[in-house]
Design a protein around this ligand. Sequence first.
Ligand code: TRP
Length: 331
Amino acid sequence: MEKKKEIVLSGIRPTGFLHLGNYFGALRNWARMQYEYDCYFFIADWHSLTTHADTKDLKVNTRRLVSELIAGGLDPEACVIYSQSDIPEIAELYLYLNMLAYRGELEKTATFKDKVRQQPENVNAGLLTYPVLQAADILIHRALKVPVGKDQEQHIEMTRNFAERFNYRYGNVFPLPVAFSYGGELLRILNLDGTGKMSKSENPMNTIYLNDDDALITKKIMKAKTDQGPAVENMQKPDYIQGLFTLLRLVSESDVVEKYESDFNQCVIRYGDMKKQLAEDMVSFIRPLREKAQNLQSDPAHIDEILSEGAVKARKSAAATLLKVREVMGF
Ligand code: TRP
C-alpha cells in the first residue's frame, strides 16, 4: 500500500489583492508542498467576517483570490482548494473547541490585541474566538503541517493546546500540528519604503500586487525609497535598501544581483539604474501571473467548479474527522 502522505493545510482571508509578500512568503511554499504532501488550501471567508461584516463582495473576492492562487502555482489537480463556508463540519468542531478555550488565553492573543486597537468599536466575540475557528480549520483535516508566516505562530500553538485538551478529555483524535516553512526562516518581504512588511492594509503605493499593470509596477519601484548611497565601503544596508535587494534577488539574474551588491559595497551604486533594472525584471515576473489570473477570472463558472470539486473532497475528509469526534464525545 502507498504510504499515506502527511496532511498540510493553510488558509487565506479574501480581503484584498495578493501581493508579493503573499506570493514569496506563502504561495510559493504552498505550490511546492502540493506535490509532496496531501494539501488543503482554503479561502477563509468566515474569518473575514470578524473585520468585514459586509458580505456583498465575498463571491467576487473569493473568485479573484482563487484565480490568483492558481496563477501563482496552485494546481487544483494536485491539491484541494475550497471555501471555508462550504464546509459546515468546521462550524461544528468550532463549537466543541470553544468549550475548551479560555477567555484569558483568547484575550492575550497578539492578533486579538492588535484588532482591539484597530477597531475598538467592533470587538465582537468572533474576533475573540478567531484562534478557535482557525484551530477547527486545521484540526478538521487532522493536518500536521501548517505553512504560515511568523504572525500566525501563536495561533498554531493555541491549536496544539486545544487539540491536546480535546485528546486528553475525550480521546485521541488529533495529531498536534506545527507551523512550517521550507528552510526554516520565512522570507520577509518589506514594503517599498522599508517601514514594515508588505501587507494588505498598507499604503497601496508601497506594496506590489500581482494584479498591478506594467506601468504601475514600474512607477512604484521607481518611487521606492533610497538615499545618497553608502558612505563607507561594505556597510550594512538600511532596511529600505535591503528590501530592494531582496526583491532583486527574487526576480533578477544572479549576475545582476552580484553587480549591484558589489557596486553597493564599493560605494559606487546608482540606485536609479538598479531600480530601473528591478522594475523591468519585476514586470517580466508579474506579467504572466497577472495575465493567467485575469484569464481565469473571465470564466467564473470554471472557478466555481474548482471550488465545488474542492468542497466535495474537503467535506469527505472533514466528515471522517467529525465522525470520530462525535464518537469519542459520546454523541
Ligand atoms: N489567520 C490566517 C491569516 O490571517 C488565515 C487562516 C485562517 C489560516 N484559518 C487558517 C491559516 C488555518 C492557516 C491555517 O493569515
